[in-house]
Every structure is written in C-alpha cells, then in structure tokens.
Design a protein around this ligand. Structure first.
Ligand SMILES: *Cc1c(COP(=O)(O)O)cnc(C)c1O
Length: 377
C-alpha cells in the first residue's frame, strides 16, 4: 500500500459512523452558519486550552489578522515574526499595513530565537521609523515557542504577544496548553494540521473580554447590536456549522488517542534514526503535538539526494520551508542583512519533513526509517 505523507482517509474510516451522523444532522437541521455545533466547539476548546474565550473563524490566517485588528495595529507599526514559518504569519502583518520585522530562529527547535528577537527590537527602537507593537511567536511543527523568555522580552519592551498555534494545538509546556501562551493565541483547522476539519477553519483564544468582544464584531462585518448594524469595518470570517460538527467528532479522539499515538511514533522515528540524520529536539518539559516530523541533513546535497531517493522508493516527503520569509518576493520592499538570518538560511537547505500522522502503523514507521538508514549507509 502506498505510504501517505499525512493520511486523512484512515482517520475518516476510523470515525466514519459518528462523522457521517454528525454531518447528516447538519443537513437535516438545514442550518449552515453558526448554531449549536459552533457554540459547543468553542466551549469545548476554551475549556481544553484553559482560556476564557474561544472564537471560531474561517481559517488560521484570518485568526491572526483578527487578533492584530483587535489591537488596532496598522500603518507605522512594527510586528516581529520568525523568519522560518508558513507565509501567513508574516502576511497578515502586511495585510493590515504594518511592517513585519523578521527574526532568526533556533537551529534545534526551529522556533524564534530570543537573542535575535531582542536584537531586532532594539534595532527598530534605534531606527525610530516604526512603533514596535507586538511579537508573533509560532509553535512550529507542533512544539511551543519559549514563552517564558519571550514573555520577559515582551514585558521589557511593552509589546503584545500573539501566539500562532496553527501547528501547535495539543502541545504544551508542563501542564500549560498551547493557545494559552499569548495575550491572544490562534490556531488553524486546515485539514493537515494536528486538529483539522474537512475544509478551512480557525480559532482565536484569549482571556481578555474586550478583545473577545471586538473580535466577535470584526468576524461578522464589524457588527454592533446585529449584523445589519455595522459599527466598524470588519470581515466575513466564520466557521461553517458542518466544520464545527466535524471538529466536535474529531476533538475527543484527538485529545484522548491521537496525541499519545503521535508521541509514540515520534519516539520510534527518533530511536530508529539516531545517528543517521539529525532528529528533532523537544525541550525539557515541552510536549509537541507533532504537526510535522522534520529531520536535518548535513548539507543541501545530502538533503536533496535523500529526498530523491525516498521519492523513488514511493515515500513522500516535503520541505518545510524552502524559503526564509525575508527572501519572499512579496516582502522584497524590506531591506535585510543576510547576516541576521544565518540559522534560517542554514535550515532551509537542510530540513526534510517525513511521513507522519497518528494513524501510521509501527511497521510503516520502520519501513520509512529503514529506507533512510539504507540511504545513510
Ligand atoms: C497553516 C498555518 C497558518 C494559516 O492557517 P490557514 O488556516 O491555512 O489560514 C498560519 N500560521 C502557520 C504557522 C501555519 O502553519
């Protein structure tokens, strides 16, 4: 059987009975926007994460944008974003007219480097062109960023903290869950994320009542007392009822089974691949939701030829990410010194994400590992 990079069909087979019933119920109810499934999901997720408010929306990119809108960030403001992440994390900053300032990452965890963050903050203060307003920290590949250190920096420079937990949902540091670390935190329910729906979806988490209220308004055309009373310029960003119903079926299995199985698979990969490639580092007390299992090779040549070798053997892989944010053409009007991104520049040439999902059997994990070892010999 073909090996899938992330097998969503297996999960559906496992959940089919409950899933079909939940989707059918939405069709029978004839209600497709809002309603009980959305309300139930928001309550469940807020309780799980341990924050007061969960507001669902159309996708993880909107979730980030809505957070920045609630903080009234815009032209003249600077927001700090890791250089090694999915495009959205920086895109939203530019969408609302603010300036993304990219920050280098740690080689071992792939997450924002706190020394580089402080350097970039100081630079923005010294240049005096933009007002430093917020940091977007990303929980890349499932592992939370270093929030203890990031919080100290945010306090020192009076910056707001936005946690991009699109890949991090289900992760934690000690007992504190991902999507509870930011002043506002966000996630994505894109199908391939740790908790994915059957289309696009996203959510925003916060303990702050005022921001929650503002975001609920921005989500629905800047509504006042109702959707035809518009008190601010907003967006149309809601989670469909059917997607909420899908997530209500998936969530208990995600929390009770899939996260534990993901730990086992990651453990097995790391055991099999030790000394062959550089396996992922998870910090002490940190717990990853394993959105990706990403290894590093010693050079671009090695990485590219391993990818080619695996492809020939029918094993799909992906390069997350091929290009640093600071080199994306869309951001080209910014001027950067390549020296500021030595780690990210190094990583983009050496990372390789291999097949990973909680429905992988041990023998498949061993087969993929075996091929990588065979190549390494
Ligand atoms: C997927 C992702 C997003 C965007 O989520 P969408 O639901 O696809 O809009 C944002 N940030 C990161 C880090 C992501 O991986």
């Amino acid at each position: 059987m073909a090996i899938e990079f992330r097998d969503l069909k297996k999960q559906y087979e496992y959940l089919k009975k409950d899933m079909d019933a939940a989707i059918s119920q939405c069709l029978l109810d004839g209600r497709f926007i809002g309603g009980d499934p959305v309300k139930k999901l928001e309550e469940t997720l807020a309780g799980y994460v341990g924050v007061k408010h969960c507001i669902s929306c159309a996708n993880g990119t909107d979730a980030l944008q809505l957070a920045l809108m609630a903080w009234n960030i815009g032209p003249g403001d600077a927001v700090f974003v890791p250089d090694f992440t999915f495009f959205s994390s920086g895109e939203v900053v530019a969408t609302i007219g603010a300036a993304p300032v990219f920050v280098d990452v740690r080689e071992d965890t792939f997450n924002i480097d706190t020394e580089s963050l402080e350097d970039q903050i100081k630079r923005v203060f010294e240049e005096g062109k933009h007002k430093a307003r917020a940091v977007i920290a990303v929980d890349l590949f499932g592992q939370p960023a270093e929030y203890d250190r990031i919080n100290l920096i945010c306090e020192k420079y009076d910056l707001l903290l936005l946690e991009d937990g699109a890949q991090g949902f289900g992760g934690r540091i000690g007992d504190k869950k991902a999507c509870s670390f930011g002043n506002i935190s966000t996630t994505s329910f894109f199908p391939a994320k740790p908790l994915g729906c059957y289309g696009d979806g996203g959510a925003i988490f916060t303990d702050n009542d005022d921001w929650a209220k503002l975001i609920r308004s921005y989500c629905v055309h800047g509504k006042g007392s109702n959707k035809y009373d518009n008190v601010r310029i907003g967006m149309n960003s809601r989670l469909d009822t059917v997607q909420a119903a899908v997530l209500n079926v998936k969530f208990p299995i995600f929390a009770e089974e899939e996260l534990d199985r993901a730990q086992e698979i990651a453990g097995l990969y790391s055991e099999n691949l030790k000394g062959i490639v550089i396996t992922p580092t998870v910090l002490e007390e940190y717990y990853s939701s394993w959105a990706q299992y990403t290894v590093r090779l010693k050079s671009k040549e090695e990485r590219d030829s391993l990818q080619e070798f695996l492809k020939e053997k029918g094993i799909p892989t992906n390069i997350y990410y091929q290009k640093p944010m600071h080199r994306q053409k869309a951001f080209n009007k910014n001027h950067y010194s390549e020296d500021d991104f030595s780690v990210c520049n190094y990583l983009v040439e050496r990372v390789l994400s291999i097949p990973f999902h909680p429905y992988m059997e041990d023998n498949v994990v061993n087969e993929v590992s075996g091929m990588i070892c065979k190549y390494g010999k």
